[in-house]
Design a protein around this ligand. Sequence first.
Ligand code: XMP
Length: 177
Amino acid sequence: MRKEIQKILLSESEVRDRITTLATTINKRYEGQELVVVMLLKGAIIFTADICRHLEMPLQIECLNVASYHGGTESSGQVEFLDRKLPDLAGKNVLLVDDILDTGLTLSAVSREVQALGVNSLKTCVLLAKNKTRTEEVNADYVGFEIENEFVVGYGLDYQGLYRNLPYIGILNVENL
Ligand code: XMP
């Protein structure tokens, strides 16, 4: 393990197994229907790529670039839309995919934007949900793992742009950076 990582919270195989189970649930929900996955850049890239490979319905993948952490370990409290380029989602079934649910600001802000496009249905999916009181009352429909309120990296999640490539979810050793 790298010295910057204090502890591996979720191993590569734990993440892989859970994603397969989540995908089975999502496949059942959308059986016989088309789905548009909207992933939030950049944190959800790896999770989305892996879960989508297990989805069986006709699937479209789109992305939205938002930021709220700006590189550090605390939410800035504001969600910035770095672009709003989404196709016409009116009448579509949309699954919003993010890496982690923390304060809830991101998921609620993006959900409002997507709902306003007149979608047929909107559900949300996150790999991780922090066990804490959220600023916004929002819950994800599909959650990979509930974790304690700690700053984690790996599997798409970063600290100052780094560590997204780690194949596991780890707790950062802030003293050893
Ligand atoms: P909110 O607070 O809007 O947070 O629910 C969602 C976004 O915040 C980032 N985030 C993290 N990034 N480790 C990270 O690398 C974390 O522990 C963490 N907590 C929140 C992330 O970009 C997420 O989409």
